[in-house]
Design a binder for this molecule. Structure first.
Ligand code: MN
Length: 470
């Protein structure tokens, strides 16, 4: 996110004359300085000279479109600014838009207010004219209201900046689909062309044999070095020769997969346990470790979740709490204390772990391969969300459910995978019912780091349907 920029465009018009316009520019620069100095925004805000007429607005929008580092545009109406002169520029804008309904002065100078003050500080007036044209043109934008020093307003702006950063990532993201779909599973299938038109990301299939070749090229010293890293990071309770040999195979897989993904330029991947030709175990540990490094992942060929996970990793950059692939697995239906247990066969991201993960080897029971290595851990209690992207006949739908993560009722000594226990909000029955009615997948992205508001902003920017359950 280091180079991400947001253009700050101030609207006015020539009518006011040189002196007020100089004041408008100075006030805008002041706000931009304060926004950048606040430490609350995850991208740099870049001041842009005041736009006063149609030609200047068209040129500013072109500039925003062409700048690869510009991930969005904030507009502010210092004064009244007739909106017909905005139409041609707004038609061109291809970056996310936020309308900041703010004003330079926080308080009205009641006893001194005169018409000069009124003319210079009429955001309330200008906001409505700008809002009308955006609505009239059907433009998706976020409207944030409040003084530019208000922490709530800044938090709302940062949520949008994060959603815009995710959208920016989506435009160039490549998803490597290693193998195809788990046979007969419906929700993980879909139209990759429709997804690229909607989201910008490209999903392409690669033969698992190409990955196997990369794995075979990894040297023993490279495996030794990665194994040393595992020993430092994780508890390894079973050091039998069989377990250590499986862990070393998993380390080789991780190194091979990394080199493969770098080679094809992918920041997200899918695997499927039904297509492992040339691999001796399902890559569990490798996918967990790749996720922890920011890669998107989807099991069983689930490219929609893989892409969404990568996008949400970008949105959560620098925030506490982690982001993981997740699956609704099993219910606890004790009356009044209902919960769901989320886990996966192997691939849960250690970024959401409560404590130091344990690196273990257990048989998988399906797939007919060797017992795979995996990181096992629980998650801390607190609020989180589950998000699922599904494809309907002619559109995509994002389903977001706020969940309350709780401690398991007892230790789970026989469960050999990472897991988490949650209560869907607003209550178990409503949350589960609405998720199912909306068509939410069994795969989801789980994160305590992102708010429903960020996901709402993302859905608006992406132009897709949103079902919010909270
Ligand atoms: Mn699954």
């Amino acid at each position: 996110m280091g180079s991400n920029k947001i253009f700050f465009l101030t609207g006015s018009q020539d009518l006011y004359g040189a002196e007020p316009l100089a004041k408008v520019a100075a006030n805008a620069e002041n706000i931009v300085r304060e926004l950048n100095g606040s430490g609350r925004l995850s991208a740099e805000i870049v001041w842009h000279p005041t736009v006063r007429n149609s030609a200047e607005i068209v040129s500013a929008m072109r500039e925003a479109n062409q700048d690869d580092d510009c991930i969005g545009v904030i507009t502010w109406m210092h004064t009244f600014s007739p909106a017909k002169m905005r139409i041609n520029g707004l038609k061109l804008l291809q970056k996310p838009l936020l309308h900041f309904a703010t004003q330079f002065n926080r308080l009205l100078p009641w006893s001194e207010i005169d018409m000069d003050f009124m003319n210079l500080n009429q955001a309330a007036h200008g906001d409505r004219e700008f809002g009308f044209i955006c609505t009239r043109m059907g433009l998706a934008r976020k409207v944030v209201v409040g003084h530019w020093s208000d922490p709530e307003a800044l938090a709302a702006i940062d949520n949008w900046i994060r959603a815009a950063a995710g959208w920016h990532e989506s435009q160039t993201l490549r998803v490597a689909r290693i193998g195809d779909n788990m046979r007969e599973v419906a929700v993980t299938e879909g139209d990759k062309v429709a997804a690229q038109i909607q989201f910008g990301y490209a999903v392409n299939t690669y033969g698992v044999g190409d990955v196997a070749e990369c794995i075979a090229r990894i040297s023993e010293p490279e495996v030794d070095e990665l194994f040393r890293e595992y020993s430092e990071l994780y508890a390894i309770p079973d050091r039998s020769p069989e377990a250590l040999s499986s862990i070393r195979d998993a380390a080789r897989q991780e190194l091979g997969l990394r080199s493969f993904l770098e080679q094809v330029g992918a920041r997200a991947l899918t695997t499927t346990f039904e297509d492992l030709h040339g691999l001796n175990q399902l890559p569990g540990l490798a996918c967990q470790r790749l996720m922890a490094d920011g890669y998107g992942f989807g099991a069983e060929g689930d490219w929609k979740t893989a892409a969404l996970l990568r996008i949400m990793k970008v949105m959560a950059f620098g925030l506490r709490g982690g982001v993981s692939f997740m699956e609704d697995y099993t219910y606890h239906l004790e009356s009044g204390r209902e919960r769901a247990l989320g886990a996966h066969m192997l691939e849960v991201c250690p970024s959401i772990a409560a404590d130091r993960p344990s690196l273990e080897v257990h048989p998988l029971g399906i797939g007919g391969k060797s017992a795979p290595a995996r990181l096992r851990f629980g998650t801390p209690p607190g609020m989180a969300i589950n998000a699922s992207l599904i494809e309907l006949k002619d559109r995509f739908r994002l389903i977001v459910n706020r969940v309350k993560t709780v401690a398991p009722d007892a230790a789970l000594p026989r469960l050999p995978v990472a897991h988490t226990v949650w209560i869907p909000q607003p209550d178990f029955k409503t949350g589960v019912r609405r998720w199912i009615e909306a068509g939410g997948a069994h795969h989801a992205v789980y994160t305590p780091a992102l708010s429903p508001e960020i996901m709402t902003d993302f859905a608006r920017i992406a132009g897709i349907e949103l079902t919010l359950i909270e």
